[in-house]
Write a protein that binds this ligand. Structure first.
Ligand SMILES: [Zn+2]
Length: 299
């Protein structure tokens, strides 16, 4: 496995990313294996911030629905639908009702509505994102021929948001890792799988990666550091004085197998099955890779 050793803790971790000691160790363990242009943009997120994030998405979606109506981007029929979705969202607003989108930091303002009301808001939000996605797809605002980068706000407002209070970011062993654009996601996924990630999936702008069981011991930063000292790249088949390196593996099949195991682990997990029901590219790729692995293997 290739160690780039291009990052320091400061260059890999965006400075807004919060950590607990577990997250900090994790970041240090994985960072040697990512090139300079790939960064960690999310780490530890406590419960109240997860609820805040849900309100941020609520406010953002409301504002984009209003925009689609005000700018006459929808025909009459779709406008009626969009107004219905908006009314449903506005039926259960946070308190204060606004300020999340314009916030300078995650967590403020603090919503004082009861938690069960916040959960039911998230449920409405989940359905509303689905409905509004159908609306703006039918209107041709997103979909075939529309570049995601150019129309990022539209894509973002209908992107799934995890149920607050259940994100593994609250456990400290989940990282959000981002490349230059989505084309870097396959690299992030394969590196993470090789590092022993227990769960990986694509989100709108990054890859969500969990290390429930820590980072694969044989590939930890200790090895990278030892190799760097010995001036040898990790994974070139050589060994450094005190650390043995895992033998080269057939990475493609191993990775595919691991990915499939992750998917099978908990198919009901809302984060594995995002709200936009269709399987993510990643799941499709994993399925395809796994299928070709099965046909290639000599039983
Ligand atoms: Zn995440």
């Amino acid at each position: 496995m290739k160690a780039y050793n291009e990052h320091t803790y400061q260059t890999f971790k965006r400075n807004t990313v919060e950590t607990i000691p577990l997250t900090e160790g994790l970041i240090k363990d994985v960072m040697p294996y990512f090139p300079k242009y790939i960064k960690c943009i999310g780490g530890y997120v406590d419960d109240s911030k997860q609820f805040w994030k849900s309100n941020y998405h609520w406010e953002h979606l409301c504002s984009m629905i209003r925009r689609s109506i005000e700018e006459n981007l929808l025909d009459d029929r779709l406008t009626t639908c969009a107004k219905a979705v908006l009314a449903n969202l506005e039926n259960n607003p946070p308190n204060p009702i606004t300020g999340y989108l314009a916030a300078k930091a995650m967590g403020t303002p603090k919503d004082i509505t009861p938690r069960d009301q916040q959960i039911s808001r998230w449920k409405t939000l989940r359905q509303s994102k689905k409905d509004f996605k159908t609306i703006i797809t039918k209107a041709g605002i997103i979909g075939p021929g529309k570049d995601e980068k150019e129309h990022v706000s539209w894509y973002y407002c209908v992107a799934p948001v995890a149920r607050p209070g259940t994100s593994k970011h609250g456990c400290g062993y989940a990282l959000d890792i981002q490349g230059r654009d989505k084309k870097d996601n396959p690299l992030i996924r394969s590196v993470s799988a090789e590092l022993g990630s227990s769960h990986i999936f694509d989100e709108a702008s990054h890859v969500h990666v969990e290390f429930k069981n820590g980072v694969n011991g044989a590939l930890s930063s200790r090895v990278a550091a030892a190799n760097q000292k010995a001036n040898k790249p990790v994974g070139d088949g050589s060994t450094s004085p005190n650390v043995s390196i895992a033998p080269p593996q057939t990475m493609e099949s191993e990775t595919a197998l691991k990915m499939m195991c992750l998917i099978k682990e908990d198919p009901t997990d809302p984060e594995v099955n995002p709200i936009n029901a269709e399987p993510t590219t990643y799941l499709q790729q994993a399925q395809e890779a796994f299928n070709s692995f099965l046909t290639a293997i000599d039983w």
